[in-house]
Design a protein around this ligand. Structure first.
Ligand SMILES: Nc1ncnc2c1ncn2[C@@H]1O[C@H](COP(=O)(O)OP(=O)(O)OP(=O)(O)O)[C@@H](O)[C@H]1O
Length: 448
């Protein structure tokens, strides 16, 4: 019996008993008889109430544990859904402030914001990216979070959630990746005590090359809508505790319909890793990621930035640069593959020259100017895993973006918009700064 029906029944009983008492009082007249009937009725009403209350509390006893279970189930879904289903959840700013100790532990800083280390209430270690620009609308931001948050691959960083503060900053919450970004492991660096920092051995570099190729291949070929990363560079490749690569920072990538072969979008990415079609052609495609990937491969092989200053003049326009991909082409034509390998690696373990050749050839295929000559990321995986023979790549013009001819129009801190359409050929003197250059000064492009 439900609550409503028992109430109605109780009411009917009370009304019936009151009627009985009234009728008895009228007919019997005597106060003694009236008193005994009245007390009897009160006892009956009281008994009925007790019976009803006991029934209700029995029901409640059955319902309460269910409610308790349900409320427990409702209190876990954030961490549960995050861990099991990988659904991005909405965080409150307070939660993130608590997790990051008020944004104290800064891990790194990019063009779009700063990244902080944090620990969530359930003990999960996270990296919280605070996006400082407000160029994108809330709807767009959320639809990208939903699309990116739903992709799952072992070599893609997991997005746990987001936070939007109306009129304030936006946050993306990622899983924390232990060993930081690849740049710290391939370029010679000194730690705080001036000791040489980590140097990733050859076999792990080869593993990283495959991991990144698999992650990009998944984004390009296996997601519902094709996802272009558009900012492939060592800073966006993180290494986990087993030195496996996890591609990050694709939360601001571009979605492309399955039927589309290229898209026109405002320029984004990082100077030094941009494919020439950003400036030369009408639109970009998944092959633009392939180009950037090829440049990262070369940096991994050589343990150096692709662009290096060789004559450091104070006047930027007089500075001379060395373009590593050009050196690699020359050396590979001579068959001297080992001469382009990071010297630090040659001092240690034996390195398989066939593997070096595979990596060099694959990289040179990826950086072909002609878009259609470049392999797809799925083919790159096959090349590196030995499922596909890698031929000697054809000559390529080594077009690189002439940064001098680019007119940058400042649109925000650390950001600029490209306007011009200049390119130069190989003996370049791209006298502008970029994080991809070994002279350090980092200018990032961001069309986000
Ligand atoms: N999930 C993460 N786990 C651990 N460290 C991270 C994580 N995400 C980012 N980092 C660190 O924070 C640094 C800055 O990250 P961020 O993505 O903001 O910078 P970026 O890629 O250099 O710049 P941009 O966003 O402009 O491309 C990275 O280089 C990396 O060292």
């Amino acid at each position: 019996m439900d609550d409503k029906r028992s109430k109605i029944l109780a009411l009917v009983l009370v009304v019936t008993l009151i009627s009985l008492i009234t009728v008895s009082a009228l007919y019997l007249g005597s106060s003694w008889q009236f008193f005994s009937i009245f007390s009897g009725c009160i006892i009956v009403i009281f008994a009925i109430f007790i019976w009803l209350i006991r029934r209700r509390s029995k029901g409640a006893a059955l319902i309460l544990p269910q409610k308790h279970v349900m409320s427990r189930e409702l209190s876990v879904p954030c961490s549960f859904l995050r861990k099991v289903a990988g659904v991005p959840t909405k965080f409150r700013q307070k939660e993130l402030e608590l997790a990051t100790d008020n944004f104290n532990a800064l891990i790194g800083r990019g063009a779009s914001g700063s990244v902080f280390k944090g620990i969530l209430g359930d003990g999960t270690c996270v990296a919280v990216k605070r996006i400082e620009g407000q160029e994108r609308g809330e709807k767009e931001f959320l639809s990208e979070v939903a699309a990116i948050g739903s992709v799952q691959h072992i070599n893609l960083v997991r997005m746990y959630g987001y936070c939007i503060v109306p009129g304030g900053p936006r946050f993306l919450v990622y899983e924390f990746i232990q060993n930081g970004s690849l740049d710290g492991w391939i370029f010679p660096r000194r730690d705080k005590r001036n000791r040489p920092a980590g140097c990733l051995p050859w076999h792990l570099r080869y593993g990283v090359a495959i991991d990144v190729a698999k992650a990009l291949s998944y984004l390009h070929h296996d997601c519902r809508s094709r996802i272009l990363h558009l900012d492939v560079k060592p800073e966006n490749i993180l290494l986990d505790d087993n030195y496996r690569a996890v591609v990050s920072d694709f939360g601001l990538a571009k979605l492309m319909g399955r039927g589309e072969s290229r898209i026109v979008t405002n320029i984004r990415g990082t100077m030094g890793y941009l494919a020439p079609e950003w400036l030369l052609e009408n639109g970009i495609s998944a092959k633009s990621d392939v180009y950037s990937y090829g440049l990262v491969l070369l940096e991994m092989i050589g343990g150096r930035r692709n662009m290096r200053v060789i004559d450091d003049s104070k006047d930027r326009s007089l500075r001379k640069y060395e373009y590593f991909p050009k050196i690699v082409v020359e050396k590979s034509k001579e068959g001297k593959f080992m001469s382009v390998v990071d010297q630090r690696l040659l001092e240690g373990r034996h390195i398989d020259e066939r593997q070096v050749r595979t990596l060099v050839y694959t990289a040179l295929w990826c950086i072909q100017e002609k878009v259609r000559r470049r392999p797809t990321m799925a083919q790159v995986v096959d090349m590196l895993e030995g499922h596909m023979h890698v031929d000697e790549p054809p000559e390529t013009e080594m077009i690189i973006v002439d940064l001098l001819s680019i007119d940058t129009d400042k649109v925000g801190p650390g950001k600029c918009r490209l306007k011009a359409t200049g390119v130069v050929l190989s003996d370049c003197n791209p006298a502008a700064s970029s994080s991809a250059f070994e002279d350090g000064a980092g200018t990032l492009l961001s069309g986000r």
